[in-house]
Write a new protein. Structure first.
Length: 249
């Protein structure tokens, strides 16, 4: 086992979020891939060069998502069956990560960028005035050569200040653009899930069969202090076999 881990760079994410991501990587395919338990908080803190508070917060996040269980007198047990689940519907994963977890290379095409004016519903969801300018980005997302998602993102124009949004690379995850150019990190999302046929344009982009329904996630992303900064409409094909973890307590 290595004496020290190297913390990855995740932009402005909290240190505990970086530690959580690193530990999950090690649990899934790294030095803990065959382990039943994690080392103690003290050992993890020493190896990562962070405080026990950071380790404790990171472990709390991982435990809340069901990947580990901390048991007094036993230690931090890895829940391997839950770790091995893919495409968990109850976790907020950026869709590129979903695709990578399925063993494919994610990429985007058919990007359409425009300005719109907020209608009553979107204005209410984003806490902006009706008629405010919105940046709208539509794109198709593929797993390898297979179209699997069509995404429409709505962002308040004012978030980008003096940055010319047309010069940005919108093939990147919008989360990354918000972090890099607006200093905003989406920490929470609220999603409404429904089945939909979508319109013919979206269906043609996703190559779906005539009677095939899509899963629609109508989602609002929030940064700190519960500030809404993005509304997304994401249309998913049956490429993904979603799983949901339900905890009784």
């Amino acid at each position: 086992m290595a004496d020290h881990y190297e913390l990855p760079h995740f932009g402005g994410k909290l240190m505990s979020a970086q530690v959580s991501a690193l530990l999950m990587k090690e649990i899934k395919q790294g030095i803990f891939a065959n382990s039943e338990k994690l080392p103690s908080e003290v050992e993890l803190a020493e190896r990562l060069g962070v405080s026990r508070t950071v380790i404790r917060d990171a472990l709390s996040d991982i435990e809340r998502e069901g990947f580990i269980e901390r048991v007094r007198g036993i230690g931090t047990v890895i829940c391997r069956d839950i770790v091995n689940l893919t495409n968990r519907f109850d976790l907020k994963l950026e869709y590129n990560e979903l695709i990578e977890n399925s063993g494919y290379r994610p990429h985007s095409d058919s990007i359409r960028l425009r300005l719109e004016y907020a209608d009553e519903k979107t204005a209410e969801l984003l806490c902006v005035d009706e008629g405010s300018r919105l940046i709208v980005c539509e794109k198709r997302v593929l797993a390898g050569q297979t179209p699997c998602i069509y995404s429409i993102d709505y962002l308040p124009y004012e978030l980008f200040g003096k940055v010319d949004y047309t010069d940005l690379d919108w093939s990147q995850p919008v989360f990354d653009l918000l972090d890099k150019y607006c200093g905003l990190i989406i920490t929470t999302s609220i999603s409404k899930v429904s089945a939909t046929n979508a319109d013919e344009f979206i269906r043609s982009k996703l190559n779906v069969q005539p009677k095939q329904a899509l899963i629609l996630l109508d989602e609002v992303g929030y940064c700190k202090l519960s500030r809404p900064v993005m509304r997304s409409l994401e249309f998913y094909t049956d490429f993904f076999d979603f799983t949901m973890l339900r905890k009784k307590f």
